[in-house]
Design a protein around this ligand. Structure first.
Ligand code: NI
Length: 138
């Protein structure tokens, strides 16, 4: 970790009370670590430009019974040219499957693949989380 710098900020009391409640629920021992994580999250989001190599997870829930859907999702992943590193599949119940797709590649390409998968008919919900390879984070 680099040099530590102390800083202060002014904010409304209710905002701080809500923040403290939220971070304590999440298990943070102190406010500084929670604020550091927020700043890192912001920086990762900002620096994730189209061409940067990032890692990402795509979480999706889809309809197991929709004809041809699982084949279509697998086909999209196969065509992604090695971006997909691993896929975890869970049969949630009789109707629904959960998948977590772990990917690495240029941010723009991963976002496009995520959008393609999430916009496929029968995919009920999902989200792409783009994160860093960790190399540039303190
Ligand atoms: Ni399944």
């Amino acid at each position: 970790m680099g040099d530590l710098v102390r800083t202060g900020l002014s904010l409304e009391r209710e905002l701080l009370v809500s923040f403290d409640k939220t971070i304590s629920r999440k298990g943070y021992q102190n406010r500084s670590e929670a604020i550091r994580d927020l700043i890192r999250e912001h920086l990762v989001g900002e620096e994730a430009d189209e061409n940067k190599i990032v890692v990402a997870t795509l979480t999706l829930v889809y309809d197991h019974h929709r004809a041809g859907l699982s084949e279509k999702l697998i086909e999209l992943q196969h065509r992604a040219g090695g971006k997909v590193l691993a896929v975890t599949h869970v049969h949630l119940d009789h109707h629904n499957c959960l998948e977590v797709v772990i990917m690495k590649g240029r941010c723009g390409g991963l976002r496009r693949l995520g959008d393609q998968i999430l916009s496929t008919r029968g995919v009920k919900h999902g989200r792409l989380v783009v994160t860093s390879t960790g190399k540039h984070l303190q």
